[in-house]
Design a protein around this ligand. Sequence first.
Ligand SMILES: CCCCCCCC/C=C\CCCCCCCC(=O)SCCNC(=O)CCNC(=O)[C@H](O)C(C)(C)COP(=O)(O)OP(=O)(O)OC[C@H]1O[C@@H](n2cnc3c(N)ncnc32)[C@H](O)[C@@H]1OP(=O)(O)O
Ligand SMILES: Cc1cc2nc3c(=O)[nH]c(=O)nc-3n(C[C@H](O)[C@H](O)[C@H](O)COP(=O)(O)OP(=O)(O)OC[C@H]3O[C@@H](n4cnc5c(N)ncnc54)[C@H](O)[C@@H]3O)c2cc1C
Length: 668
Amino acid sequence: MSLLPKTVNPDLQKERDNASIKAEEFAVWWHGGKDRLKIKRDLELHILDDLDEDIYRFPNLSHEEIYNAAIKDFIKLAKKIQELKVERNYDGTDIWPSSVLWGAMPAGNPLAVHCGMVIECIRIQGTDEQFEKFGKACQSFSMTSAYAQTELGHGTFIRGLETRADFDHHTDEFVLNTPTISSYKWWPGGMGQSANHCIVPANLYIDNVCKGLAMFVVPIRDMETHAPLPGVDVGDIGKRMGFAGVNNGYLGLKNVRIPRTNMLMRHSQVHRDGTFVQSPVSVLTYFTMVYIRCLIVRNVATQLSMAATIATRYSAVRRQSPINPNEPEVQIIDHLTQQKKLFPEMANSIAYKLAFTKLYQLYETTSQDIKHGEFSRLPEMHSLSCILKVLCTSTTMAGVDILRLACGGHGYLSSSNIGNIYLDVGASCTYEGENTVLLLQVGRFLMKSYRSALAGKKLAPTVAYLQNAVKEKSLCHWTGSWEDLLKILQIATAHKTHITYENLMARLKAGQTEAEAANNTGIELTQAAELHGICFVAATFLEEVTGPHSKPRSPALNKVLGNLLELFMISTVLKYMHEVLRVHKLSEAEIRSLQTRLEDSLKAVRPDAVVICDGFDHHDRNLFSTLGSYDGNVYERIFEEAKRCPLNKQPVPEVIHTHLKPFMKSNL
Ligand SMILES: CCCCCCCC/C=C\CCCCCCCC(=O)SCCNC(=O)CCNC(=O)[C@H](O)C(C)(C)COP(=O)(O)OP(=O)(O)OC[C@H]1O[C@@H](n2cnc3c(N)ncnc32)[C@H](O)[C@@H]1OP(=O)(O)O
Ligand SMILES: Cc1cc2nc3c(=O)[nH]c(=O)nc-3n(C[C@H](O)[C@H](O)[C@H](O)COP(=O)(O)OP(=O)(O)OC[C@H]3O[C@@H](n4cnc5c(N)ncnc54)[C@H](O)[C@@H]3O)c2cc1C
């Protein structure tokens, strides 16, 4: 019998009753309007409400059982999406990589890469006819696929990939080979057993001359029997830290033949006579990665808001230690240091979601440009998607762990679900471009932009601030306004960029090659890149709160958002104070006033913390957390989960009779 009360925990109810805004108003803003919120909720209702709760207890299953369950869960979900005929998420992005579906696939989706990446890859890299043939088959699931780029020996350095595709003039085919153990494809999601096709990026050879990387649609399993095709060696790479159900795989290819027309040929082509037509811009092959990097930003912003919801609700429900010795124990959310753990992460998740919205607009514009043969925005797009992917994943990983710690011992329970969120976010620091490597790409872009700034050339919009900062070496007058806080971050970034550039130049002057000099300047390049990302996020948040978007919002909501922006700005400037002090000598009194503002902003957020999290509007089944449910009945849920633990099914487990008791007896 369930121990769960039907009522909401009174402390949590009190938080909702006493807040300055209603959660609904925040939810409407967060989701971009009433209509969008309704789309999201209708979807969740249809997808999540009738699920069997046992699917959330996958940590009790074996690797194989988890995979079997994940496939079955995926099919249930796919059928629902097909019935509904929805293609788009509430925010206009593709439905499949959307967080609305996460609750239905708690162990991960063995066809996530198929749905979220391959279809878009075929759209971006294939011709319209190829999309008609392969893309549509993927959309209808008559074909299942994986994106098989990474190899055992190379993930980062794509030019080092060893898989080769040789054009055979006689048969009009490509012959694919992974000639060494290090060239085996390794890691692709869904490739182990789920996919019957792969997108294989490989070096294209015509008459033994390498033409660079191209993408090939390679069947790997029989369409009828699903058995691996001749020349194909495929399987699951074994248990990962997380991603239990995702079926990451390995793939070896030995003289596997595919028709010439299976090369994705929107940007580069091989004709029947073996003529090769080069892509107008070689990095177009990398554009699918740009798309996924954008979506990762949105995903981790959502995951951070989930962890913040769990930890904040728990902190409102749990009481421990009085503040004044003779008074009752307080809700732990009233300890100031606890607020310092919770609220900045809440603000970060909002900041990252806003940054995503801006990033995605740039992505859509750039995609349109590419369709019209215009590529000038690519470097900025690449750099912005890299820096936001890195900044948001790495700080979210750290933030989720802070939120776990904020839940004390119970945060460490698997049923808190924070561990699962942490492992998912942790993977995103590595996949789709390892974070340090992407920071170096951004550092390189900053060096180029800085050189242009020095030459008085016009800069791309997202680095335009460097131009002023080149001249303006410090703030003339410090008022401590939000605008000043942003400005000082921008000047600090420009300064960091400037000294990094100088150090790079000095190394070149001393005779180092460009590559050596870049390697030796790597630490500063990554630091400048990180600061650049911070400036973008801060500028976007500031614009949302003070710009024209604030007009239609109620004063109460604007106040709440202002409190969150204040917290974000002050926390950020304090975090990077060592860089700020290099460009503006803030006095001791000015720094102390920032510390006071930090404390005041935590107190200002406090009364609305629970409703802000309610406004993130996470369905209980998406959170699936004993600590973070809407009703706050934490202890009862923890208790029920313990009772469900498979070990408790019998009073004395078999191993006690077979091993522990005899051992104890032998020591009598
Ligand atoms: C489907 C998911 C949906 C979303 C998530 C949902 C979550 C749901 C849960 C579960 C699903 C699981 C989802 C997992 C999915 C994971 C999938 C993968 O991981 S697929 C593998 C990714 N692999 C990498 O990302 C390799 C990283 N490496 C690279 O990108 C390159 O090798 C790089 C950039 C590091 C270096 O490439 P160089 O050696 O060719 O380039 P250089 O020489 O440095 O640069 C040449 C020029 O090209 C530019 N460039 C490089 N990349 C560019 C790009 N993408 N666009 C534009 N320009 C680019 C550079 O800036 C440079 O420009 P200048 O010369 O300075 O002007
Ligand atoms: C959960 C998960 C899912 C994945 N799914 C897919 C998928 O679906 N399809 C796919 O193709 N791949 C997939 N991958 C692979 C992933 O894209 C790669 O692991 C990732 O790109 C990192 O490459 P790597 O493993 O070669 O790391 P490495 O590059 O070997 O990184 C190791 C270390 O070397 C450093 N390093 C490497 N190069 C440089 C450099 N130039 N400068 C400075 N430092 C450097 C890195 O910073 C890092 O510290 C997945 C990976 C994971 C973990």
